[in-house]
Design a protein around this ligand. Structure first.
Ligand code: ADP
Ligand code: MG
Length: 327
C-alpha cells in the first residue's frame, strides 16, 4: 500500500504502467494482476534463488541516475546466480519508495530494468510496492535454472585446488572513490555503477570447478568464506591478482584492490587438471581468468608477495585508502 502523493498515482497504476510491461514475456507472471506468479519446474534442473537489497545512501549515492540504480540492482543479483552456475530467467522486485520519488524517477528506473532485462533475458514476475518515511530501498529476488549436480557450493574446495578469479579486481572499489569525486576516472566510475555479472562464464565453468562464489565484499574477505565453509586455508599470491590499467593508474595497491568491495567477479577453486578446460571456457566467453593461489590444509587466507613473504592486509576504510594510495 502506498500513499503516492509525489508519484501522483496509486501503486496499482504505477505497477500497471511501469512494471507490468516488463512481465509480458513470462505467461506465469499473469501480467502482474494476480496474487502470485507460477513457474513450471524444468525437468533435470534445480531452481537457484537469490536476493539482494540496496538502500540509498548505503549502497548507492542518492544522486545516482535511476536507470543505473535499476541496472546495478539487477546485476548484483545476477552475479550471485552466475557463481552458482545458473541461467537467470526471472526476478521479483520489492520497491520501498519515500515521498521524494516521483513518477519520472519510476519511469527512468523501469527503463533501466527493461534495458538489462533485454540484455540478460529476464522477466519481472512479481513484487511489492510500498511507501516509507525512510530512504529509498529496492530489493530484487532473482531466479535461475542450473543443471542438477552443477551448482558449485562454497563448501567443497579441495586441498591442492588452484584458486582463480575472473576479470580484474579493485575496479569497483576504486570506482566508488571516483563516483565520490575523490579520484578521477570515468572507466572506474563506470565499473562501480555498472558491474558486469559473469553470467555466461558462470554456467560454462560450473561443471569444472569445485567451490565458487562471487566477489562482492573484497577478495580476501570473500576467499575467507570459501576457506571457512570448506575447512581449509588459502595461499594468495598478491602479484598474480589481475589489476586493470585504470586501477594501476590510481596509485592504489594490490592489497587495496583485494580489500575493496563491488567487484562482482567470480572466485572459484578447481583441481589443477581442469586448468586447460577452464582457460578454454574463459576464451570462449571472452572473460579473462587468472590463477591467484592455492587451497591448502589449515585455516584462513595467507597473503604472500612474489618472494613468498607474508603480507598482512589491514582492514581499511575509504579514507584510509586515500591516504595509503596517495590518491
Ligand atoms: P497484494 O497486496 O494483494 O499482495 P500487491 O498489490 O502487492 O498485491 O501486488 C499486486 C500484483 O502486483 C502482484 O502480482 C505483485 O506481484 C505485483 N507487484 C507489486 N509490486 C510490484 C513490483 N514492484 N514489481 C513487480 N510486481 C509487483
Ligand atoms: Mg503485496
Amino acid at each position: 500500500m502506498t500513499d503516492d502523493r509525489n508519484t501522483g498515482q496509486d501503486e496499482f497504476s504505477l505497477i500497471a504502467r511501469y512494471f507490468a510491461p516488463l512481465s509480458q514475456s513470462f505467461a506465469g507472471a499473469m501480467s502482474l494482476k494476480d496474487d502470485a506468479a507460477f513457474i513450471a519446474p524444468e525437468p533435470g534442473k534445480v531452481l537457484v534463488v537469490t536476493t539482494d537489497a540496496i538502500v540509498s545512501g548505503v549502497h548507492f549515492l542518492p544522486d545516482t541516475p535511476a536507470d543505473l540504480v535499476a541496472r546495478k540492482l539487477v546485476r548484483v543479483n545476477l552475479s550471485d546466480l552466475s557463481a552458482k552456475g545458473a541461467k537467470p530467467f526471472a526476478v521479483l522486485l520489492n520497491a520501498v519508495f519515500p515521498p521524494s520519488i516521483d513518477e519520472a524517477w519510476v519511469e527512468a528506473f523501469s527503463s533501466g530494468l527493461k534495458r538489462d532485462f533485454d540484455e540478460f533475458g529476464l522477466s519481472l514476475i512479481g513484487g511489492d510496492t510500498v511507501s516509507t518515511p525512510g530512504p529509498l530501498c529496492l530489493a530484487l529476488t532473482a531466479l535461475g535454472w542450473a543443471g542438477i549436480g552443477l551448482t558449485p557450493y562454497r563448501s567443497v574446495a579441495k586441498p591442492g585446488d588452484d584458486i582463480w578469479v575472473s576479470g580484474t579486481i579493485g575496479d569497483g572499489g576504486a570506482g566508488l572513490l571516483a563516483a565520490q569525486g575523490k579520484i578521477v576516472s570515468d572507466v572506474l566510475k563506470d565499473r562501480y555503477q555498472l558491474p558486469q555479472p559473469r553470467v555466461e562464464l558462470g554456467q560454462a565453468i560450473a561443471g569444472l570447478v569445485n567451490a565458487a562464489m562471487d566477489v562482492s565484499d573484497g577478495l580476501i574477505q570473500d576467499l575467507g568464506h570459501i576457506c571457512k565453509a570448506s575447512g581449509l586455508a588459502a595461499e594468495l599470491t598478491m602479484e598474480t591478482i589481475p589489476l586493470s590499467l585504470a586501477f594501476r593508474q590510481t596509485g592504489l595497491s594490490v592489497i587495496d584492490a583485494a580489500s575493496m568491495g563491488d567487484d562482482y567477479e567470480l572466485l572459484f577453486t578447481a583441481s589443477p587438471e581442469q586448468a586447460d578446460a577452464l582457460l578454454e571456457q574463459s576464451l570462449r566467453c571472452g572473460v579473462d581468468i587468472a590463477r591467484i593461489g592455492r587451497m591448502i590444509e589449515g585455516q584462513g587466507v595467507r597473503c604472500r608477495d612474489a618472494q613468498g613473504n607474508d603480507v598482512t592486509p589491514r582492514r581499511k576504510g575509504w579514507n584510509h585508502f586515500i591516504k595509503e594510495g596517495g590518491a
